[in-house]
Every structure is written in C-alpha cells, then in structure tokens.
Design a protein around this ligand. Structure first.
Ligand code: GLP
Length: 243
C-alpha cells in the first residue's frame, strides 16, 4: 500500500483529485468507482476545477457509485444520486448515461443488485475505486460482519452508521435502515483503489484497518490484500500509523 501523508484536508483533496484525473488522462474511458460522504467533497471540487481548467476530459469516462439508500428517490436531497449530481456530475463534461448509482427505489432490490453487478462487469470492471471509511471500518455500506460480502447486495445499516449519518437528516428516525452496496468482492476486483481519510476522528479506525488483523469485523482491513491501494490521508487521520 502506498501512503500519502498530507498536512490538511485541502491537500488530501488535491492529491486525490490529481490521482483520479491522471487516471482519466491516461485512459479517457476509465471506469471510476465513486463514493459519497463528507470526505470526498473537496476531491470532487478539485476534479471540477481541473476540468474547467482544461486539464482533464470526462466525456468518455464512466462512473459507478458504491452505494445508495434503499427507498430514497434520486431527487431526494439525501440520496446518493442527488449527492453525486450536486457535488460532481452536474459540473463536469461527463455523459449522464455514463453515470451509475444503484437504484434504491427499484421494485425488487435483489434484482437491482444483480443488475448493478452485471453492469460493472459489462464495463470490464472498475479501473479506479475511490473510498472513504466509516467509523466502524465500513466501506461503501459493507458493515462489520462475520464474512466478507462478495457482490452487490442489500444491507441493514448498523446503529453506528445510522448515528454517523443522521447529521444529514432531520432526525435519526429519517435515516433509511437499508441500503444497496457493492460487495467487498466488487471493490476488491477494482484494478486500483484510492482511499481517503481526514481528521483525528478517523485515526483509530485507520490504524485498526491497516495496521491490525484482516477481519470482516473491520471491512476495510481486506484492502491489505489488494495489490494496488493508495491511501491519501492527513496527518491527524494517520496519527496511529508509524511515523
Ligand atoms: C457513508 C458512505 C461511505 C462513506 C462513509 C464515511 O456511510 N456509505 O461510503 O465512506 O459514510 O463518510 P464520511 O466521509 O462523511 O466520514
């Protein structure tokens, strides 16, 4: 694993955006796996700035998002489709039909998971997957479990994730209890993984994930077995790593 230690959130965002835009510059039809949460917002801002400056062209690129809440319409302001439109996709020259997020309002969620997994395979897999990390080590919505989920599937969110995400909703009761997420196997099949983290509140889980044992109780720990992972994190988030 490559570790890029930055002094600040802004620097983390710039480095991550540089890696993602370099991927698209080298392979214009790249399939980018994208993430939501507060951590990637700065990365997306820098990607937008790079495109506006003519440094990158997304017109042949494809995006596939990690996850989506079950039951939220794409127009719901807390849906991950809405998040992606507001924070990135509306502001770059990507073709709308080349952007994908699992459909949380599909009539049959299991069929939607199978469709999504097949869609990714149809593109030949993910070239670069961007990830944040939850406080309990979740990636996408793969929560701590007794085993690693292989493919896109429906999950029940843990209380820790509901508590962490309630800040975006009026109350904890409004946070959906279920979600659709790429599996750990889907993520591990990405050719490259880029994981970003910022702030002291992520220090404990980052060291458990990358300096501790590989276990499905810390889903991100499986990335220790991926052959091409880059972790870009600020010094506060890396406080538990050897200096
Ligand atoms: C959500 C998302 C994850 C994300 C995590 C961390 O639960 N499903 O993909 O990595 O939150 O979010 P944040 O970056 O806001 O800490």
């Amino acid at each position: 694993m490559k570790i890029i230690r930055t002094a600040s959130y802004e620097e983390m965002s710039g480095r991550a955006a540089g890696i993602l835009t370099a991927q698209v510059a080298l392979k214009p039809n790249s399939v980018l796996g994208l993430a939501t949460g507060s951590t990637p917002i700065g990365t997306y801002k820098q990607m937008i700035a790079a495109q506006k400056a003519g440094l990158v062209d997304f017109s042949a690129a494809v995006t596939v998002n990690l996850d989506e809440y079950a039951g939220l319409e794409p127009t719901h302001d807390q849906s991950y489709r809405w998040f992606m439109q507001q924070n990135l996709l509306n502001h770059i020259n990507i073709l709308p039909q080349n952007t994908h997020v699992p459909q949380g309002t599909a009539a049959n969620l299991d069929e939607e998971c199978a469709r999504y997994e097949a869609l990714i395979a149809g593109y030949g897999g993910i070239d670069m997957q961007l990830l944040g990390i939850g406080h309990n080590g979740h990636i996408g919505f793969n929560e701590p479990d007794d085993c690693f989920a292989p493919i896109t599937h429906k999950v029940s969110l843990t209380q820790s994730t509901i508590n962490a995400n309630k800040r975006f909703f009026e109350s904890a009761d409004d946070v959906p209890r279920q979600a659709l997420t790429m599996g750990i196997g889907t993520i591990m099949a990405a050719k490259k993984v880029l994981i970003i983290a910022s702030g002291a509140e992520k220090a404990d889980i980052l060291s458990r994930a990358f300096c501790g044992p590989v276990t499905p109780q810390v889903p991100a720990s499986i990335l220790q077995f991926h052959p091409d992972v880059t972790l870009v994190a600020d010094a506060d988030a890396l406080a538990g790593f050897p200096q």
